[in-house]
Design a protein around this ligand. Structure first.
Ligand SMILES: Nc1nc2c(ncn2[C@@H]2O[C@H](COP(=O)(O)OP(=O)(O)OP(=O)(O)O)[C@@H](O)[C@H]2O)c(=O)[nH]1
Ligand SMILES: [Mg+2]
Length: 243
């Protein structure tokens, strides 16, 4: 029987439970804590499910992906240059509005996204109700509620990852629209971007980064990365977790 290998990245704001979810999925013990900015490099571990082999990558927590810091650059470069098969954006159910900002940024970069709403137990305690189906319809990608600490919703999440890598989920990410002036500039830039870097990267997103003067991104394009592998920490002792 053949085994397929896929990469799944966990992105999200600091302190949303990415490392807790990583540990549940991989059976590893990436250290977690309740203060922000803890994961400064990324960790990787493995999960095997239905003969599919997944490399799970725990990215640093960031509020945005504009390369304002080393953490943001690591997370952004991984999504753009390593092109994970699935990017899971982990959101805090008790701070959804603030967290959705990062989800929208990821949706500008890739369409292989699952939005995972964590800390559902906390939200329940606070009387917060989230219409995940409506949110999924608005965002154009699957939305899965979980409680990573209580290991709730993990089987649905794994099934959703599997469906996405098998091509059984067609996503249609919401496209954030900017002011008419910016949209005009984007329209002008997209053909030039495609001419220079081809189809390897999301042209609209690259155009937006150009307009924002994101020099570090263009350095990365010219000098194919100070390899992200250099900043990896190896969390993969022991055997891969099977679910
Ligand atoms: N109540 C509750 N707490 C959770 C849940 N998942 C994670 N936590 C807690 O949230 C805190 C932060 O969890 P981490 O997994 O370290 O969060 P992170 O997103 O990896 O944080 P950074 O690496 O700093 O970005 C820890 O105290 C966890 O125990 C959950 O489902 N419910
Ligand atoms: Mg972490």
């Amino acid at each position: 029987m053949t085994t397929n290998e896929y990469t799944v990245a966990l992105a999200g704001n600091p302190n949303t439970g990415k490392s807790t979810l990583f540990n549940v999925l991989t059976g590893l013990r990436q250290h977690t804590g309740n203060w922000p900015g803890k994961t400064v490099v990324y960790a990787e571990g493995f999960l095997t499910h239905n003969n599919n082999h997944y490399k799970i990558v725990d990215l640093p927590g960031t509020y945005s992906l504009y390369s304002n810091s080393a953490d943001e650059e690591v997370a952004r470069n991984f999504i753009i240059f390593e092109k994970p098969d699935v990017t899971i954006v982990v959101l805090d159910a008790t701070a959804l509005e603030r967290n959705l900002n990062l989800a929208l940024q990821v949706l500008e970069m890739t369409s292989n996204v699952i939005v995972c709403i964590n800390l559902m137990d906390e939200a329940k305690k606070k009387g917060i109700r989230i219409d995940t189906e409506k949110l999924a319809a608005k965002l154009g990608v699957p939305v899965v509620p979980i409680s990573a600490r209580n290991k709730e919703g993990i089987d649905v999440l794994v099934k959703t990852i599997e469906a996405m890598v098998c091509g059984n989920i067609q996503t249609k990410p919401i496209a954030v629209r900017y002011s008419p002036e910016i949209e005009q500039c984007i329209e002008k830039l997209i053909p030039r971007v495609k001419e220079v870097i081809g189809d390897a990267y999301p042209a609209r997103w690259v155009a937006l980064r150009l307009l924002d003067g994101d020099i570090s991104l263009f350095r990365s394009f010219l000098q194919p990365l100070p390899s992200t592998k250099e900043v990896r920490i190896n969390a993969c002792h022991g055997s891969a977790k099977s679910i």
